[in-house]
Design a binder for this molecule. Sequence first.
Ligand code: IMP
Length: 215
Amino acid sequence: MKIVLATGNQHKTAELRAVLAGEGLRAVELVSLADLGRDFPEPAEIGATFAENARIKATAYAALTGFHCLADDSGLEIDALEGRPGVISSHYCTQGLETGMARGERDERNNRRVMHELEGVPLDRRAARFVCEMALASPEGRVLATSRGTMEGRIGTPDRVPRGAHGFGYDPLFLVAPDFASTSAELEPKAKNALSHRGEAARRMAAELRRITAV
Ligand code: IMP
């Protein structure tokens, strides 16, 4: 089964490929949207939850490419901010509006906004989690499987973060549970995959794929 990974984010593609390769799925060939050699219009991520957005992306790209499609939607939930940035994690600095800002600048501004909104909140009230939802859709538009993963942590205080050069997005701010000693940007890619929301969701999806391709 050829499966298109429906993301333009190279970090996410690399993380997903590494996890799924480690699961030894011999009947599955993973390709990225870029591998298909043409541009596809991006579906609007209008879902109210990560799960809805994953379904929207998987079904849209499966229809557009004609292949089975695996999509993920992920983001950060901060308890002290009532779950924000949530589904608008990637465009938090512009209230969810896509302005065409480069990813690097966007990440930096998103991080500054989160740190500003948490000003004065002590470390033990800065609980947060990364969430990842995945959906696999067939070219006919059926959702064949879904999976979810989470990674618990805290957003560090300004004396502790930002730290670390790996990963992307909010990683330099995110102190990983249970000891909150290092940020997810300080974890080597392999270590992050073993702990991360995306790793967990991907391993669960791999189990679904094994079941589907065995039929
Ligand atoms: P998506 O590309 O719409 O799924 O948006 C995900 C956004 O959530 C990213 O742009 C990041 O801001 C944030 N995010 C998701 N996963 C991670 C992660 O593993 N590390 C850091 N930030 C993440």
